[in-house]
Design a binder for this molecule. Structure first.
Ligand code: TXA
Ligand code: MG
Length: 334
């Protein structure tokens, strides 16, 4: 199959909506990362997503809708936390996990009794879902395990030959995947940190838990257990103050290694890639996945990465870097 990158004009959005209608797959931009979409209510179409990505069957998908009202048929009830969250964060990078209704096929939710739903803010994503008129299941449009795509070209390089079209909506603004929040329990639980931060959610809900922390027994999203976002060379996540991590990396790096550094801690070495200044977490988020792809192209033996502190959006950046590192973490924090 030939893969074509399309300008996101009205004609091409209709073309892609027709592909979804006929049970096919299309990649489209969202404000977070590019998604690989299929008709969320068509089990066979959804199966195509798993095979195109090489995705594990126990890892459920996010269902994308065009307006908050579209959530009703997908769930058995609307939890109390829904309304205040949606008023502020939809459309936007917040995914809500709720109890699923029978119309959602089992392969969308990987057999779970919950479904993850989000209303994206990107105008092309909105137009596509509206034109299609039905919910769109869409994981990030990368082969499983690789960094998520933030440019149409990333999707093309990753999935060419497997899908007919990539709608080009330019660079993704946020650059990291949505925050996944389980609102089925009394106290909502962050399953995956993202652009909507713990601090912001706490401000609205009063109390929020984070999956994977000591006193929260709920496991993180099924997807979070897999090695993820990984370049080919092993990545070593270096945690601590930017001064300390930079000093450590400069001291331990060899000529054939590479480093992912904050702009304000760059040093002279042929394989240094930067991804934003140490305090600017929004820029780090938007540049991280592209930087991981760039560093992958350098074919180094291993890669050091400076990890921002776990506050605000820094938490989501740190989460992705630690996932990319597997268990390879050097902790220099006090
Ligand atoms: O920003 C995003 O969320 C992007 C864009 C395309 O919308 N999508 C995305 O999808 O990141 P994906 O498939 O790469 O990640 C979905 C995450 C996985 O960690 C998955 O395990 C979790 O959401 N998830 C999906 N349904 C779930 C459910 N019912 N319960 C718990 N976690 C769920
Ligand atoms: Mg993904």
């Amino acid at each position: 199959m030939e893969t074509i990158i399309l300008d996101a004009n009205e004609f091409n959005i209709k073309l892609c909506s027709d592909v979804l209608q006929s049970g096919g797959l299309v990649a489209f931009p969202t404000e977070t990362v590019y998604g690989l979409g299929a008709n969320a209510l068509d089990e066979k179409a959804v199966a195509g997503i798993y095979s195109a990505k090489g995705r594990q069957e126990d890892n459920p998908l996010i269902v994308h809708i065009a307006s908050p009202g579209d959530v009703k048929p997908l769930v058995v009830n609307i939890p109390d936390a829904f309304e205040p969250l949606v008023r502020i964060y939809w459309p936007g990078p917040l995914t809500l996990v709720m109890l699923k209704s029978d119309i959602v096929p089992d392969n969308v939710t990987a057999g779970l009794d919950t479904v993850a739903v989000r209303m994206p803010e990107h105008p092309v994503a909105q137009s596509l879902i509206q034109a299609f008129g039905c919910p769109v299941a869409a994981p990030s449009a990368n082969p499983s395990g690789k960094p998520s795509p933030t440019k149409a070209k990333h999707v093309f390089n990753d999935l060419k030959g497997k899908i007919p079209y990539v709608l080009d909506g330019g660079d993704c603004r946020v650059g990291l995947e949505s925050t996944v929040l389980d609102i089925t329990s009394e106290i909502p639980i962050i399953l995956r940190p993202g652009c909507v931060t713990y601090e912001q959610l706490k401000g609205i809900l009063g109390v929020v838990d984070i999956a994977g922390t000591e006193d929260v027994k709920v496991p993180a999203s099924p997807g979070m257990k897999y090695r993820h976002y990984a370049p080919r060379a092993p990545l070593i996540a270096v945690v601590g103050s930017p001064d300390k991590t930079a000093e450590y990396i400069a001291k331990h790096i060899d000529a054939d290694m590479a480093a992912l550094m904050f702009d304000d801690f760059i040093f002279s070495h042929p394989n240094v890639v930067t991804f934003g200044s140490s305090k600017d977490y929004a820029t780090q988020a938007s540049r991280l996945f592209n930087a991981l792809r760039k560093i992958d192209d350098l074919t180094s033996t291993s890669i050091f990465a400076q990890v921002p502190p776990e506050e605000g959006l820094g938490s989501a950046v740190a989460n992705r870097l630690k996932k990319a590192a597997g268990n390879n973490i050097v902790d220099l924090s006090d």
